[in-house]
Design a protein around this ligand. Structure first.
Ligand SMILES: Cc1cc2nc3c(=O)[nH]c(=O)nc-3n(C[C@H](O)[C@H](O)[C@H](O)COP(=O)(O)OP(=O)(O)OC[C@H]3O[C@@H](n4cnc5c(N)ncnc54)[C@H](O)[C@@H]3O)c2cc1C
Ligand SMILES: Cc1cc2nc3c(=O)[nH]c(=O)nc-3n(C[C@H](O)[C@H](O)[C@H](O)COP(=O)(O)O)c2cc1C
Length: 652
């Protein structure tokens, strides 16, 4: 390359030298490649068995799950890729087999789907385990390097797998490479300055590539964790597989195959206890009931707990709460959750947070609960919490987490803590006496909650408040039995939970909200969240309401649509407990996909409910579902909305 450039023999070098690109490695300083070698090992085989459709096959062995991706590429031949996590691969002893032996192993394992046809390797030059590869996900910060040699310079531009890779399970690597070539040609042909044309090529293509790489990452992770999904019913397993990249949504899938989606919805509705005739249109999955203990929630939508900072300064909920929660109950959600309601005056986040420590509080809540029960089918849940070291702050819109200028109160936390360094009030570490008192406060609030008539109780162990502070190693540095490994950090939150559960009626459910990820070095990750969920499940929790973060001020969250749902998914599959998904879930299409695929059992909608109290009814109308129950008082509005939507649809 240097010689060619120095001699002035080239104006442009296109480096399309594939996944292991030497050019990319040689100029790594310029391209800044980030190569992530994935968990699975795969072997690329062929077979004379022909498949009439793209076929996935899954086989369980004592060592773990293996999967095959098979598709026909010639009249008499198919590609047959076998893949498994490297740990399974080692446990199965494949690292010690010769190349021929491991082809035999695959042939035996997939004999059923192969119908006796043989498997053949196209890498007979590779010995032993070398034919089993691991897929490298490649991302490059730059695709253009101006190579200087002699007194000349020429651009060396990456294209195709040299620039980026997308896991083969979404089958788009060739498409991306060809689209790169088409775009590069178009920009060069536009006749502008070469550097500008190359920049335009990179700008255009990197956006498209990123979209596909995101989808490919979801798909890769799905295949890396087949064991996680294997416990789903076959119907849900197949749906989960089809929607694994999250590029194909529920409604997207319906456009491709209406009959399939309806059959899945019919199966789901029947499993949820609804009688749906074979020829009747089934309800979307979010409009199926959820039964837990003795309670039936009429649909899967939850109004996520949202602090309103509008209580009287003695903690009493006001008419704001009556209207706010009442409107959301009549707006169609299945479960309306109160904001974090504090168990004592010093448990409040702000002086304007709702409380539940007096009979006056109880009576104000009872009025709201009565309205919800009398005027809607919704159930109403009480979220109880203690602000801990994040207490005595201003209202959210006057300065989130900032300390009150005056009128604050002493704070307690798992360990001594100053949430915002140099700014927040310093909370002192709790003593055993504090713990006894706080348990009593939660129990008192639980009793008052029962008297107020709530249907559901949620313990708030998320977002860095008191109990969340115990769970995270970043905020819990205790040396006694309440600090250390996860089980010890969970001890006090579990003590609170157990005391509440003992008080709360056995026929009513309890959920626990946790932060499934601290988004900070050394903090909790999904692995710890699964352990925490298991502990709460063992203590009698019915559901985990899966949020994330807000535990430390210097967190680095990774946002995106449905960004916390993967945690709800993992906890549900791996801890074996029902979950509530939350976070940037904005339409019924997403919510239906989450419920249908078994990533969660309920979907909590927060901010969209601040904009639209009737979010659920609105979404039902938008997606053409007639079965949602509207208040009689609002039926005239529904009729007009239906007409408007029908007209818009007809106009395309
Ligand atoms: C198991 C598997 C299955 C896949 N299935 C699909 C699928 O179903 N659909 C799909 O779209 N994509 C699929 N892909 C991805 C697809 O194969 C690649 O994305 C695509 O081939 C990339 O094209 P490319 O031209 O960038 O690189 P390549 O196809 O790798 O071409 C690079 C070429 O450069 C040559 N080369 C390398 N170095 C030099 C050098 N120094 N001098 C000269 N030549 C050199 C190589 O020999 C090679 O021919 C799959 C990938 C894998 C691993
Ligand atoms: C104004 C506001 C107040 C909130 N208050 C609470 C709360 O009291 N308890 C809680 O667990 N989460 C609280 N949250 C978090 C929400 O319940 C929800 O998890 C979050 O907003 C993400 O969901 P969304 O993307 O649908 O808004 C609050 C969020 C907002 C926007």
């Amino acid at each position: 390359l240097d010689d060619l450039v120095a001699a002035g023999a080239v104006d442009l070098v296109i480096a399309a030298d594939g996944i292991n690109s030497t050019v990319r490695q040689r100029f790594a300083g310029a391209y800044q490649p980030d190569v992530d070698v994935r968990r699975c090992r795969y072997v690329w085989l062929g077979t004379p068995r022909t498949f009439d459709a793209f076929t996935f096959a899954f086989e369980e062995t004592p060592a773990g799950w293996f999967q095959a991706h098979a598709y026909q590429f010639a009249p008499d031949f198919s590609t047959f890729i076998v893949e498994t996590p490297w740990e399974t691969w080692e446990r199965a002893g494949l690292d010690r087999l010769t190349a021929a032996e491991s082809v035999d192993f695959c042939q035996g394992l997939f004999a059923g789907i192969l119908r006796g046809a043989p498997l053949r390797s196209n890498a007979s030059h590779l010995r032993g385990s070398a034919q089993w590869l691991r897929f490298p996900r490649v991302v490059c910060a730059s695709w253009i390097h101006w190579l200087e040699a002699g007194r000349r310079r020429a651009p060396v531009v990456l294209l195709g797998d040299a620039a980026h890779t997308a896991h083969f399970s979404i089958g788009s690597g060739t498409k991306l490479a060809m689209e790169d070539a088409i775009a590069l040609d178009r920009h060069l042909a536009a006749g502008t300055d070469l550097a500008a044309a190359l920049d335009a090529y990179h700008r255009e293509r990197s956006v498209e590539v990123l979209k596909l790489q995101n989808a490919a990452r979801n798909s890769t992770e799905w295949f890396e964790h087949v064991d996680r999904y294997a416990r789903l019913s076959p119907e849900q397993f197949a749906y989960s597989l089809l929607t694994r990249s999250q590029r194909i949504s529920h409604e997207n899938l319906r456009v491709r195959d209406r009959r399939y989606v309806e059959s899945l919805e019919r199966w789901f509705a029947r499993r949820a206890g609804l009688a749906v005739a074979d020829d009747a249109a089934p309800p979307p999955t979010i409009f199926t009931p959820w039964r837990v203990r003795g309670l039936t929630v009429p649909n899967r939508i939850v109004v996520s707990p949202m602090a309103q900072y509008t209580a009287a300064t003695d903690g009493t909920p006001t008419d704001w709460h009556f209207v706010h929660l009442g409107a959301r109950a009549t707006g169609g959600a299945g479960l309306v959750m109160t904001e974090m309601t504090c168990v004592a005056p010093d448990a409040r986040i702000t002086p304007w947070c709702t409380g539940l420590w007096t009979e006056a509080h109880r009576d104000a809540w009872a009025r709201i609960v009565r309205f919800v029960h009398e005027h809607s089918d919704a159930r109403i849940g009480l979220q109880l919490g203690h602000a801990g070291g994040k207490g005595a702050t201003k209202k959210m819109w006057e300065g989130v987490d900032e300390p009150l200028p005056s009128g604050g109160w002493p704070l307690i936390a798992a360990s001594e803590q100053q949430y915002l360094p140099g700014i927040s009030q310093v909370a002192r570490a709790m003593t055993e006496d504090d713990m006894d008192r706080v348990v009593d406060e939660f129990v008192r609030a639980t009793r008052l909650g029962i008297e107020a008539g709530f249907d559901w109780l949620e313990l708030h162990c998320a977002h860095g408040y008191l109990l969340s502070g115990f769970l995270s190693p970043l905020t819990n540095r205790r040396q006694d039995g309440y600090g250390g490994p996860v089980a010890a950090r969970a001890r006090f939150p579990l003590r609170v939970f157990a005391a509440m559960r003992a008080e709360w009626p056995a026929h009513l459910p309890m959920s626990v909200r946790i932060s499934a990820h601290d988004w900070a070095e050394g903090g909790n990750t999904a692995d710890e969240a699964i352990e925490i969920a298991r502990l709460f499940r063992a203590a009698g929790a019915d559901m985990i309401d899966v949020s994330a973060g807000q535990v430390v001020h210097d967190e680095k969250p990774v946002f995106g649509r449905m960004w916390m749902t993967p945690f709800a998914d993992r906890i549900r599959q791996e801890a074996g407990i029902a979950t509530i998904a939350v976070g940037a879930i904005t339409d019924a299409d997403q919510a239906n996909g989450i419920i249908a695929s078994g990533r969660a059992d309920l979907v909590a909608i927060g901010r969209p409910h601040l904009v639209n109290p009737a979010w659920t009814l609105w979404e039902a109308a938008r997606w053409g579902y007639a079965g949602a129950k509207w208040p009689d008082q609002y039926l005239a509005g529904k009729a007009q909305l239906d007409r408007l939507i029908a007209r818009e649809r007809a106009a395309g």
